[in-house]
Design a protein around this ligand. Structure first.
Ligand code: THG
Length: 375
């Protein structure tokens, strides 16, 4: 059966790198923040192996920035998240669960502090701009909110430091995890952070000004030829192995950060002003009754997970699988699921009702990457 095609129009925005991505032979896209996001170049398995061995350039322009600028910028940014931002200094990036007044997850962006009165919220796939504009209006805050012409380009993989050093200088090697510096390219200053949606290490370059997209892509590709650099993208297998969550897939507005395993990014008591603070403090006294887990599903490779698959134990549903892919390195289908308290302990045996039938499965507390028993 031929998979249906996606009709692309102006609403499905192209990126400053789209022409290069297409020349590199992108095989499939998804739509993320109303923008094209590549998902496959060779095969998902081959892309994964290459990512773990060499270095890749990723067009992650779809990680759009919501810029918050003005005297109330710090106050507004803290309103959005239960993570305590009071000690966040300029030059830092924070992974920040963002919640509504019920404590429900609205997004899980990276927050970048550019100046005391200027932040970029590097969003996952939901229209966070509208919520932020709504709060700004309701609280009469003194800030400007917009989506600037900024498109992240990720450099990911074990040779990312070598590649970035060749183009931006040796000093990039000393950038610490989730911190950024300014680098120069063709006379323009750009933010370069050590971050990215993989566990292989690397950077994200916030490309400010679409006209820089192709020159930057070309400079990095030329500099990395002997490093075997190639076009890549967030890899489904690798991100599930690493338990990197995907908003809209693994969590929605119906989940609290604690259910998503993001409790370590919440200091709700200290997050004075967070609009979800009261709701989260109320649920925190009990603790969550279901939580995100890694799951290993036995048997042949499962198909793409495009709807929730029930997790079953003793004939009753105890959770749902939201993402899954066959991992050649772990020799099993790796998955992400939300599992009830009764079955969330490490090593719990369950079954998963997949489109290919009922499969034996095991619940794990840590990611496959952290457990580290790749074959
Ligand atoms: N980078 C940037 N923007 C983004 C993403 C990104 N926006 C969309 C999406 N990704 C947001 N979601 C995530 C999910 C996980 C991480 C970052 C963004 C991540 N997590 C690390 C982990 O879980 O191991 C650790 C974070 C930490 O310790 O602070 O990196 O990738 N710009």
């Amino acid at each position: 059966m031929q998979a249906p095609l996606l009709s692309i129009s102006r609403r499905t925005r192209k990126t400053p790198f789209s022409r290069r991505v297409e020349a590199a032979g992108v095989k499939a896209y998804t739509v993320y923040n109303h923008m094209l996001l590549p998902t496959v170049f060779d095969t998902v398995e081959a892309d994964c192996r290459h990512l773990k061995t060499h270095v890749q350039l990723w067009d992650v322009s779809c990680e759009r920035q919501v810029e918050i600028r003005g005297p109330d910028a710090a106050r507004l940014t803290q309103m959005l998240t239960p993570r305590d931002l009071s000690k966040m200094t300029v030059g830092k990036c924070f992974y920040t669960p963002m919640v509504d007044e019920t404590g429900g997850m609205l997004n899980d962006p990276v927050t970048v502090k550019l100046a005391e009165d200027r932040y970029w919220i590097s969003i996952a796939d939901s229209d966070l701009l509208f919520w932020i504009k709504g709060l700004t209006h309701a609280y009469r805050l003194e800030v400007d909110i917009d989506e600037p012409d900024v498109s992240p380009l990720a450099i990911q993989g074990p040779r990312a430091d070598d590649l970035a050093a060749r183009v931006f200088g040796e000093s990039v090697r000393s950038i610490r995890f989730f911190q950024f510096v300014h680098v120069e390219f063709q006379g323009k200053k750009l933010v370069l952070a050590r971050s990215g949606y993989s566990k292989q290490g690397g950077f994200e370059l916030y490309v400010e000004g679409s006209e820089l997209g192709e020159p930057l892509w070309d400079a990095l590709m030329d500099a990395g030829e002997d490093l075997n650099v190639r076009a890549g993208c967030p890899n489904l297998i690798e991100r599930i192995e690493g338990l990197l969550l995907s908003y809209g897939n693994d969590m929605t507005r119906n989940n609290t950060p604690h259910e998503c395993g993001l409790g370590k990014f919440c200091q709700t008591q200290a997050a004075i002003g967070c609009v979800g603070r009261d709701a989260l403090l109320r649920v925190a006294t009990e603790g969550p009754v279901r939580q995100i887990r890694s799951i290993g599903i036995e048997g042949d490779p499962v198909p793409a997970c495009d709807e929730l698959w029930p997790i079953i134990a003793d004939g009753k549903q105890v959770g749902t699988v939201s993402s899954a892919a066959y991992s050649p390195d772990f020799g099993i289908n790796v998955a992400v699921g939300m599992v009830r308290m009764t079955h969330w302990d490490d090593g719990t045996r369950v079954q998963v009702d997949t489109p290919h039938g009922m499969r034996a499965a095991t619940v794990w507390e840590k990611s496959f990457t952290d457990r580290g028993n790749a074959r």
